[in-house]
Design a protein around this ligand. Structure first.
Ligand SMILES: NC(=O)c1ccc[n+]([C@@H]2O[C@H](COP(=O)([O-])OP(=O)(O)OC[C@H]3O[C@@H](n4cnc5c(N)ncnc54)[C@H](O)[C@@H]3O)[C@@H](O)[C@H]2O)c1
Length: 352
């Protein structure tokens, strides 16, 4: 990384922020908990009022042009929270300035673009971080511990349901990017990408063997899918399937992941994997009862993972931990998402 531990040790990490829309508030809440280590120096949005409001909140300078911000500020890292389709362009622009990059998911809409920006950041010698903060939910962390300590034995199957609601009015906001092919990419990329990321992570962060998908626009007046199903097989033999829709009546109903292993069965559910619905293993651990109760209320489907995600960024700067999800890691789920779209278009499985 450009900035070595020794240069960051005696001062705070200087962060710039691009895209002061809906999700920026989650970032700002998280960053307000990390003021000892991170200073938000500048924010940028093409909508001046949004930039000014964010700058006021974070006591930062504001810009309406990314290049102006990069030219005028001394930054260590920039977070990108612009519409999906702009991520590759903005990642490369920040990398060109020799500044490390955090991008909101997805890192790109297509696998080709994802590979391109990942390689670009490597060439420019900047670290790329991809946000999939749901990995850090308490419930998911418990599952992860069970995986890494071998409690499941061999994992046979992982299934996920994302039964959410996005009414037509969500897409019809003037100038909004949701539902467009080139800026949104589709509901799998925008709404279900965390679930695809988790499935592949729990399956072993390994190469897929095949993906078969059928996606449809059943009801919404949009260019992308509003519903679909996909089945996966990974190289290590784990099978997976995911059902996703944004047509659930009348509100978000389920965001779940079920893991079936040789010696354990777990379902994390609720509306956004915020509840342990089933927790059963062949062996008993003293904290199993506490884990069964480790549900939390969530006012939004975004969860609380952004705070912990920035903790990891700080650790990487301190040189104490590797990135939780680097560009390489972000490509794993993008590969599956990309195959979902290609399989459905070709009406045949994609094999690797
Ligand atoms: N991790 C999560 O759970 C999560 C949740 C929601 C959204 N997201 C992702 O975050 C990103 C933003 O989503 P959102 O819901 O906040 O969208 P949004 O439309 O509310 O915000 C995007 C902002 O980017 C600004 N913008 C657009 N082009 C710009 C440019 N060239 N320079 C500077 N600013 C520009 C827009 O004016 C807008 O304020 C998307 O990629 C989305 O997929 C992630």
């Amino acid at each position: 990384m450009k900035h070595l531990l020794s240069t960051i040790k005696d001062r705070r990490i200087r962060l710039g922020f691009i895209g002061c829309g809906r999700i920026s508030n989650k970032h700002f809440e998280a960053l307000e908990q990390h003021t000892t280590n991170i200073e938000v120096v500048a924010v940028c949005d093409v909508i001046e009022e949004s930039a000014i409001a964010a700058a006021k909140k974070m006591e930062a300078n504001h810009y309406t042009n990314i290049q102006d911000m990069l030219d005028h500020e001394e930054l260590d890292i920039v977070t990108i929270a612009t519409p999906n389709g702009l991520h590759p362009k903005h990642i490369m622009q920040v990398a060109d300035a020799g500044v490390h990059v955090i991008t909101e998911k997805p890192m790109a809409i297509t696998l080709e673009d994802g590979i391109k920006v990942n390689n670009y950041c490597k060439e420019k010698n900047v670290q790329l971080f991809v946000i999939h903060q749901n990995r850090l939910n308490d419930t998911v962390q418990e599952v992860w511990k069970a995986c890494t300590t071998g409690r499941f034995g061999k994992i046979y199957m992982i299934t996920s349901n994302v039964f959410w609601t996005r009414p037509q009015s969500y897409y019809d906001v003037d100038g909004d990017w949701h539902g467009s092919k080139d800026m949104d990419g589709g509901a799998f990329l925008t709404q279900a990408s965390h679930y695809v990321d988790l499935m592949q992570w729990i399956a072993g962060d390994t190469q897929p063997k095949s993906v078969y998908a059928n996606i449809k626009t059943l009801a919404r007046n949009i260019d992308t899918e509003d519903s679909g199903s996909a089945i996966f097989e990974w190289e290590n033999g784990v099978l997976g399937s995911i059902n996703m829709t944004v047509l659930t009546y009348p509100k978000n109903y389920e965001g779940s992941c079920t893991i079936i292993g040789e010696k354990g069965t777990v379902k994390i559910g609720g509306v956004a994997m915020n509840a342990i619905e089933h927790w059963e293993f062949a062996d008993q651990w003293p904290n199993d009862d506490a884990i069964r109760q480790s549900n939390y209320e969530t006012a939004s489907v975004y969860g609380f993972g952004h705070v912990r995600y920035y903790e990891n960024i700080i650790s990487v700067f301190m040189g104490t931990k590797p990135p939780l999800i680097s560009g390489d890691g972000g490509l794993h789920s993008l590969q599956l998402l990309d195959a979902i779209y290609k399989s459905s278009e070709k009406k045949q499985p994609i094999t690797f």
